[in-house]
Design a binder for this molecule. Structure first.
Ligand SMILES: Cc1ncc(C[n+]2csc(CCOP(=O)(O)OP(=O)(O)O)c2C)c(N)n1
Length: 183
């Protein structure tokens, strides 16, 4: 079962508020289930609630309708991944270290890698705070390269999106990208 119900890709689609509400409620229900039952039962070892981040991520994720769009997030980015089309059982299975997650139980469950043949992808994430900015800048450069050097029209209009906490902008992963630090 997928929690996603994307609006039509053509033109400028209106927000599908029913899909958005369902995704936000799914995200909150998963956080609550983990916090109240799965962490106390030691069936999950890492829980990073996305509560309060969920609505903005879902609305942003539903807008990423270009097949070459990509987003890199961090450990609170599950609502975005649900909006991109990740199945609920995969999202939960990953956190529980079960088969069916992104790496069949070989990741820590809260960071994602979602190559999406049907729409926007999630670039590989990691738990290092600030590590998401460099791959996102690299993907933006790749979009520009494909458009201007390779003349690949498939990348016209594609964007590269990053999510991060406020403290992450103090890390070296973010800092070198600031223009006044470029020398
Ligand atoms: C490079 C690095 N340093 C420290 C940590 C430990 N750590 C995990 S979460 C966190 C706080 C990050 O705060 P912020 O970026 O504001 O995100 P928030 O969790 O508040 O949404 C820290 C320091 C880490 N994961 N990676």
């Amino acid at each position: 079962m997928s929690a996603s119900a994307k609006p039509a890709a053509a033109g400028q689609p209106a927000t599908d508020w029913r899909a958005a509400a369902r995704l936000v409620q799914c995200s909150r229900a998963m956080d609550a289930l983990e916090e109240r039952e799965l962490v106390p039962a030691k069936k999950i070892f890492y829980q990073f609630s996305a509560r309060g981040h969920d609505m903005a991520q879902v609305l942003l994720g539903l807008e990423l309708t270009h097949p070459k769009d990509a987003v890199c997030g961090y450990y609170r980015s599950r609502p975005m991944l649900l909006a991109l089309g990740v199945a609920l059982e995969d999202a939960l299975g990953s956190a529980m270290g079960r088969a069916g997650g992104y790496s069949d139980g070989r990741d820590i469950g809260v960071v994602f890698n979602y190559p999406n043949a049907n729409g926007a992808s999630a670039l590989p994430m990691c738990g290092g705070v600030g590590a998401q900015y460099t791959p996102t800048a690299g993907y933006a450069q790749a979009i520009e390269y494909c458009k201007t050097v390779l003349s690949d029209r498939a990348y016209d209009g594609a964007i590269s999106v990053v999510l991060g906490g406020d403290a992450s902008v103090a890390t070296n992963g973010f800092g070198p990208r600031l223009p006044w630090r470029r020398r």
